[in-house]
Design a protein around this ligand. Structure first.
Ligand code: ADP
Length: 595
């Protein structure tokens, strides 16, 4: 019931249409059910020889007119109710996507895309079936059964009781199938979610699969999941296949009993042929609502199962929220100073903190380099600046104010991020660079950003330059080019704070130097956080933090750190010798006389 109550706001929005839809169901059924009575009474009159040919024509005409009007109402009933179901599906899908947009990264860390996709598609579809055919056929059964039964009781109550007797088995039968169908359809939908996840991950990670030669393994995994899905689907189909014939069998019994007992009563002179005909026709008309009752139970069970899955997402609460009403501070324009005070942070569900006692003061214009081994907490640190995860109070201050008190959109507007993993949308390059900036941003600014990011000339080589449409995930650009497009996108936003999270890893050292050379001009006006595993990238930073297991183990300028023994100087000399070999590879071997 609680699950269904979540439909109330949607139902309320379409209340009038629903009332009309149900009224049309009622009118269509009441009219349609009078036709058998007209026909039956006409036959009785013919049998008794009490009818004039003109009257026969009038009665036939009346039956056709009534059936015609009933058909019109049936058309209106379908139009109205099916339209509502489509609109509710549309609204649910919008709300679902809106909710996804409002949730923060920690929500997505714990869920897989395929499952979310299946909720957005498969489950909203099941919901539509619940709101459309589900409501329509329920109303149909609710109205037509009592009307038909009343008419049948009025015609001959004995005959009614006799032909309805086999129908008593119907309720337990429907309940038995309903419960099993509910359970089975839930399992089937979960299985479909897993199948979608496999496909989605394989499409997204196709290069990894190929590089590690895991095609067979992934194919086997897919086949297993597809087998599981087909097993569940077949079991569901088997249940349904058993269900419908069982109902038809019951109906068949009803007809047989009706013919035997009705015939008997006619022979005894207690019943007229026309009345039995009305009976047979009426009984024939309630067969479908009875069968539909079973089908509708399936639809409703399925719809409720899907609604539960959709609600699980719609009811998720973002862990990062706007400051409470009135608590948001008024922030000053211009670059804020950034201060971290003993920042300690732990991801939900982990055993120990990923950041411990981090102190930092970064006035506007300062460049902070962050280095350290993999898993040291570098990305975590910069992610917290944008509040991608809940930040404990009293630990991060922008412009002297706790970032929890900053309006979230204002905070994020101030920060431009270039992530380690570049994501480009399947749109034009120009659109990708403009992403997040005003729509009317002049083309010169786009090109200027691309020039600083050293990707302008690469774009010039593409068939339609900035209007070149990128394939899914930007596959027609190299990794380095994609990273540079992402840098251009970040520069376009003209934010006060720039975060480059190991962004230059996919470009060669010479391009990196060119980018940094250009960026330096811009960085003078911004507070910049540069994460890199290449120490040369951060060498000119005003302060470098060396993180290890979430703690700052060294800090200072490049010269200071290089002059003291420790992780930094060791790593720097190792990277210097690697660079020397790289340079020799590039320049020396090309002219190697031995080759
Ligand atoms: P770095 O950027 O230095 O490589 P990260 O900041 O990505 O390191 O990760 C620091 C630690 O936090 C690692 O132990 C990592 O496993 C853990 N971690 C990163 N992201 C999450 C997350 N979303 N949930 C739980 N633990 C995480």
């Amino acid at each position: 019931m609680r699950t269904l109550s979540s439909l109330l706001p949607y139902v309320r929005r379409h209340a009038w249409a629903i009332v009309f839809g149900i009224l049309f169901v009622f009118l269509a059924n009441s009219l349609a059910l009078t036709v058998p009575i007209i026909i039956g009474q006409t036959v009785n009159l013919i049998e008794e020889g009490r009818i004039h040919p003109d009257n026969l024509f009038h009665l036939a005409f009346l039956a056709v007119c009534v059936a015609g009007v009933a058909a019109c109402f049936r058309f209106l009933m379908r139009r109205v109710i099916i339209d509502i179901s489509r609109e509710v599906e549309y609204e649910f899908r919008n709300d679902f996507f809106r909710k996804l947009q409002s949730l923060d990264p920690s929500f997505f860390d714990a869920r897989n895309t395929g499952d979310l996709m299946s909720r957005a598609t498969n489950d909203t579809d099941a919901l539509r079936m619940l709101m459309g055919p589900g409501v329509m056929y329920t109303a149909n059964t609710i109205f037509s059964l009592p009307i038909a039964l009343t008419a049948m009781l009025w015609l001959d109550w004995r005959l009614t009781l006799v032909c309805m007797a086999p129908m008593l088995v119907l309720t337990p039968l429907v309940r038995y199938f309903g419960t099993r169908t509910h359970r089975m359809s839930r399992l089937q939908q979960d299985s479909f979610g897993e199948l979608t996840t496999t496909v989605q991950e394989n499409l997204a990670g196709i290069r990894v699969v190929k590089a590690y030669r895991q095609e067979d393994f992934e194919l086997r995994k897919f086949l297993e999941r597809n087998d599981d899905y087909i097993d569940k689907s077949l079991e569901l189909a088997r249940l349904q296949a058993m269900f419908f014939p069982s109902i038809r069998l019951l109906v068949g019994f009803g007809f047989t009993v009706l013919l035997l007992y009705g015939g008997h009563r006619i022979i005894q002179g207690h019943l007229e042929v026309g009345t039995l005909l009305s009976f047979l026709l009426l009984f024939g008309m309630i067969v479908w609502p009875l069968i539909a009752a079973g089908w509708v139970i399936n639809l409703i069970q399925r719809g409720i199962a899907s609604l539960e899955r959709i609600n699980a997402i719609l009811e998720s609460v973002p862990s990062v929220t706007e400051p409470e009403d009135g608590a948001a501070v008024v922030v000053e324009a211009g670059p804020p100073s950034i201060e971290l005070r003993s920042l300690t942070f732990q991801y939900e569900g982990t055993l120990w903190p990923q950041l411990k006692d981090i102190d930092l003061h970064a006035p506007p214009g300062k460049t902070v380099g962050i280095v350290g081994p993999v898993g040291a907490g570098k990305s975590t640190l910069v992610n917290l600046l944008s509040r991608f995860y809940p930040v404990p109070r009293g630990m991060i201050f922008f412009g002297g104010k706790d970032i929890n008190d900053w309006p979230l959109s204002e905070l994020r507007r101030r920060i431009s991020f270039v992530f380690q993993e570049t994501f480009l949308f399947s749109d034009t390059i120009g659109w990708n660079i403009r992403f997040g900036s005003a729509d009317n941003t002049p083309q010169d600014l786009v090109e200027e950003a691309a020039e600083i990011a050293q990707v302008h000339s690469d774009i010039g080589d593409l068939p339609r330059n900035y209007s070149t449409v990128l394939g899914e995930r930007g596959v027609n650009l190299s990794g380095g080019q994609r990273q540079r497009v992402a840098i251009a996108r970040a520069l376009m936003r003209q934010a006060d704070i720039l975060v480059l999270d190991d962004t230059l890893s996919a470009v060669d050292t010479h391009t990196e130097e060119a980018i940094l050379g250009e960026l330096r001009r811009i960085m003078e006006r911004k507070t910049t956080f540069l994460i890199s595993h290449r120490l040369s990238t951060v060498a000119t930073a005003d302060e470098i933090l060396v993180l290890d297991e979430g703690r700052i183990i060294q800090r200072g300028t490049h010269n200071e750190l290089n002059a003291q023994p420790g992780w930094y100087s060791e790593m720097y000399s190792r990277q210097l010798s690697e660079r020397a070999i790289e340079d020799y590879d590039e320049e020396g071997f090309a002219e190697d006389p031995a080759t």
